[in-house]
Design a protein around this ligand. Sequence first.
Ligand code: 6PG
Length: 251
Amino acid sequence: MKSRSEVRFFSSLEELSYQAAARFAELARLRVAEGKICGVALSGGSTPKRLYELLASSAFSDRIPWEHVHLFQVDERCVPPDHHESNYRMIRESLLSRAPIPESNFHRMVAEQPNPEEAARRYAEELAQVLKPEAGEWPRVDLVFLGMGPDGHTASLFPGSPALAEQVLWVRVNYLERPKTNRLTLTLPVLNAAGEIIFLVSGAGKAETLREVLEVTSTPQKFPAQRIRLSNGDLTWYVDEAAARLLGNRE
Ligand code: 6PG
C-alpha cells in the first residue's frame, strides 16, 4: 500500500466527528469481510468525545461488528480509572457504557498501577496477543485516532519528550514536568506502523499550530505531530473550519 497524506475540511466538530465515525464503521466492516479483526486505537482529550458518542449511537452502533473490533488506548494518564483526568473514564462514559462492546475487546492501559514501567510492558504484551505481529515486526493497528495539542503534541508525546526517541519499546512511560505526572503512550514506531491514522483537530486554538505542522516545511521536527509518518498507510487530517482558518493552500 502506498502511503498517502490528505486534509479533509469539515464545517464543524459535529460533521468532523460524524465522518470519522463513518470511516470507523466502514473499515470495521471491510476488515471483518476479510475474516479479520479490526484493531482501533483511541486517543483521550476532548476532541474525540463526540466521535465516541456517535459510534455508540443508533446512527452507527448497529452497523459496527463490535464482536470483531478490538479497541486500544493511544495513551493514558497515570491516574485511577475513575479520575476526571482518566482517558479511560472519558472513553467508558462516551462509548463503552453505551455500545455492545464485549468487555474483552477493550484493552485498557492499567496506568494507575504503582509501577508504570510494568504497566507499559504488560500493555505491549496485550498488543502482541491481540494483533499477533510477525517476530521482530511492530504491531499493526488498523486505525488510530489522534488528537493534537496547541503545542503540537500527540498521544502523550510532547515537544522534548525523551519518549519521542524510543525505537524499541512499543509502549513507554513519559514523565511530564507540568503537572508532574506520568503517562503511558504508544511510541512513534507503533503509531507509524498503523494501517491508517486520522488526526481529529478542532477549534481556533489549534489553527496556528496546524498551519505550521501542515505548511511550514522548514521545521519538520518541531512538533511531535509532524513525526507521524506512516510507513505503509494513510494519514488523514480531519479539521474543522475554526482550526483550518489559517491554512493557505486549500484545494
Ligand atoms: C491526551 C490525548 C492527547 C490529546 C491532545 C488533544 O491524553 O490528552 O491523547 O494527545 O489528543 O492533548 O486534546 P484535545 O482533543 O482535548 O484538544
